[in-house]
Design a protein around this ligand. Sequence first.
Ligand code: HEM
Ligand code: NAG
Ligand code: NAG
Length: 332
Amino acid sequence: MGRFDLRVLAGALALTVFLLPDMGSAQLRQNYYATICPNVNVEKIVRDAVTKKFQQTFVTVPGTLRLFFHDCMVQGCDASAIIQSTPNNQAEKDYPDNLSLAGDGFDTVIKAKAAIDAIPSCRNKVSCADILTIATRDVINLAGGPSYAVELGRLDGLSSTAASVRGRLPQPTFNLDQLNALLNPLGLSQDDIIALSAAHSVGFSHCDKFSNRIYSFSPSNPVDPTLNKTYARDLQGMCPRNVDPRIAINMDPNTPKTFDNMYYKNLKQGKGLFTSDQILYTDPRSRPRVEAWAADNAAFQRAFVAAITKLGRIGVKTGKNGNIRRDCAAFN
Ligand code: HEM
Ligand SMILES: *[C@@H]1O[C@H](CO)[C@@H](O)[C@H](O)[C@H]1NC(C)=O
Ligand SMILES: *[C@@H]1O[C@H](CO)[C@@H](O)[C@H](O)[C@H]1NC(C)=O
């Protein structure tokens, strides 16, 4: 092979490697709806609907944020998580493992969609997947977190099955290697995982999701030794053995309604609720990031924005692989 061919080959290879992590986002861009819904500020309409919902209940924040995460993890960010089950199809949201996605997250998207569709020139032109993406940015900001420009242009997915959820969601018992093994292939680095996990700075968890850590950790240590002893006792008080499975507690014991870097400060004190939270501080490979973001909220916010933007690029549907749903909860 001549010198010229080698250079062409090297160039092609470099280009391929360069483009690979970004494949899913080829069609996404900021201000996507400027030409599709001209003279209408789509993002403002969503923002107003989300703000109204937020004023009714704070659960709007964690409900929407977790719905976005789950949606992107299972078959990509395509609003497949919003689909309701029918007699013929058990949808993602009804995965038998009781995901307990908060109804207020679904309702936020439905309301924002209704507000957009009330404008004749915008009717059925904005995807539910994009509405969920915008609403997620807005709830983060309403809870005291950063605001940021969102990339848009996703279509809504054409399938949603409970079976497709299996193995796609990280478990609260995961260690750092397990988190990396599941999420790195989706384009999320270890730093992205550490940044995104701070979403647990707001919202609730049911007691059964961490009861192993306070009652049955190991034969010699019923309580996980990486848990703060005072916090472990508080958790045992709020979540007695055989507690009603519907009981849920704040994941951030200090500032449960603020989206902030308290999450990392809590980890430094042994107050990460799940193994998958606390491991970020216990494991020496991720601890330096936790230390840095516990000390610097602005640096945390920058990392979070970069990470959630990457999350929003996973498995985006375009062309024949999607459409614009008329009802976010049902296929057209
Ligand atoms: C990295 C591994 C993660 C694991 C193992 C995990 C696991 C969990 C679990 C077990 C719950 C409690 C659910 C319940 O009992 O109802 C929860 C709640 C929540 N998660 Fe995660 N999660 C992870 C990452 C994320 C990410 C990346 C986000 C968003 C960017 C997120 C957002 C939330 C929110 C907001 C809640 C509270 C939901 C509510 O109050 O309704 N999580 N998570
Ligand atoms: C699932 O969670 C909901 C809400 O917390 C609860 O009402 C229901 O009993 C749970 N179902 C199972 C099978 O655990
Ligand atoms: C455990 O929590 C208590 C009470 O919040 C706190 O004063 C203490 O410093 C924490 N312990 C450790 C080891 O961080």
